[in-house]
Design a protein around this ligand. Structure first.
Ligand code: AMP
Ligand code: TRP
Length: 348
């Protein structure tokens, strides 16, 4: 594919290229699997060029234990492969091995405005009340994220709902760069947020996102959980005493029930409407075991594969290194051209 081709939508003049990233700041959850990984695999299967990045530089915007970060990065790579990412067809790598991400992030730090970053809800949430004490990296996080996608001239970015604001900022940054330097160099990315599970909620609180950083392990299903643990967590998931209604409208005020229906739908690749139609009138005493059985049937093989891959860490490191080399071949010329546009002297 060449840059002269036209993407079906989004960024005219740029060949379609998909990029997405996940922070290796913990293990993968069912939220990551349904909201991100499953869709990463679908993009790979559609035949477009796909890059998937373990964003270790983003992870250290809050302190990480070095040994745990290294372990989580490898385990996450294993989770990607076990979920169907084929490192021969997708480019799978960790961010710090491709220097252009941090290089472009610096340039974009100089394009983005303080006010834009100060409005980011993820920063406000993560920094909490004591903003003065947040790392500079946490504040600049969205510029590094914009660099991740822009350094490959990415056109499409599959993410969950929570990343929408960051991608809107990435669009603003690309537009401002092109405008300030009077070029048409960076494509304006399209966020791809779709499917039943763009927001998988906590099993303990249907109003909170399922997250690897939640202090309660019962709030999430990890891709590394075994079958018994998955069943237990679903059995213990918070619900209400009502049976399932016959249509989705009946779930409007029932966030926990709605969440379990959405999870079922996403795991079974059917619509939430079909789930309620099939299970109308069932109480959770019947629905939860059905959901647990489905979850185990999808997740147990992934868990087995992660364990198999983690037995050979050297092979995982080799795959990430190979991915980084291939990523660098795309990013380096774009970075060099960027330096050129902004007026840096480069020895050739
Ligand atoms: P993170 O784990 O926050 O680095 O997120 C990695 C990717 O998974 C992003 O595309 C998120 O939007 C997605 N993601 C994380 N948690 C969830 C969730 N609970 N539901 C849906 N998508 C999620
Ligand atoms: N910020 C994203 C998250 O926490 C991770 C991420 C970093 C990302 N760079 C990206 C996602 C580029 C998509 C594209 O989920």
């Amino acid at each position: 594919m060449t840059d002269a081709q036209t993407a079906p939508d989004g960024a005219p003049g740029f060949a379609p290229r998909v990029f997405s990233g996940i922070q290796p700041s913990g293990g993968l959850t069912l939220g990551n699997y349904l909201g991100a990984l499953k869709r990463f695999v679908a993009a790979q299967e559609s035949g477009v060029e796909t890059l998937y990045c373990l964003v270790d530089l983003h992870a250290i915007t809050v302190w990480q234990d070095p040994a745990r970060l290294r372990h989580a990065t490898r385990e996450m790579a294993a989770g990607f492969i076990a979920s169907g990412i084929d490192p021969a067809r997708s480019i799978l790598f960790n961010q710090s091995q491709v220097g252009a991400h941090a290089e472009l992030a610096w340039v974009l730090n100089c394009v983005a405005r303080m006010g834009w970053l100060g409005r980011m809800t993820q920063f406000k949430d993560k920094a909490g009340k004591n903003r003065e004490n947040a790392s500079v990296g946490l504040f600049a996080y969205p510029c590094l994220m914009a660099a991740d996608v822009m350094v490959y001239h990415t056109t499409h970015v599959p993410v969950g709902e929570d990343q929408k604001q960051h991608l809107e900022l990435a669009r603003e940054i690309a537009i401002k760069f092109n405008h300030d330097y009077e070029v048409d160099f960076f494509p304006v990315v399209e966020p791809v947020i779709e499917g039943a599970a763009t927001r998988v909620m906590s099993l303990r609180d249907g109003t909170k996102k399922m997250s690897k950083s939640d202090p309660s392990d019962m709030s999430r299903i990890n891709l590394t959980d075994d079958a018994d643990t998955i069943s237990l967590k679903i059995r213990k998931a918070r619900t209400d005493p009502e049976p399932l209604p016959g249509d989705l409208a009946g779930l409007a005020e029932r966030p926990e029930a709605r969440n379990l229906v959405n999870i079922y739908a996403a795991l079974a690749d059917i619509t939430p409407e079909a789930v309620v139609a099939d299970h109308a009138g069932q109480g959770f005493g019947t629905f939860k075991p059905a959901l647990a059985e489905l979850a185990v049937s999808v997740l147990a093989p992934i868990n087995d594969e992660i364990n198999r891959l983690m037995a050979d860490v050297a092979e995982i490191d080799r795959i990430l290194g190979d991915g980084a080399q291939r990523a660098d071949m795309i990013a380096r010329p774009i970075m060099e051209r960027t330096y050129d546009i902004v007026g840096m002297v480069r020895a050739r």
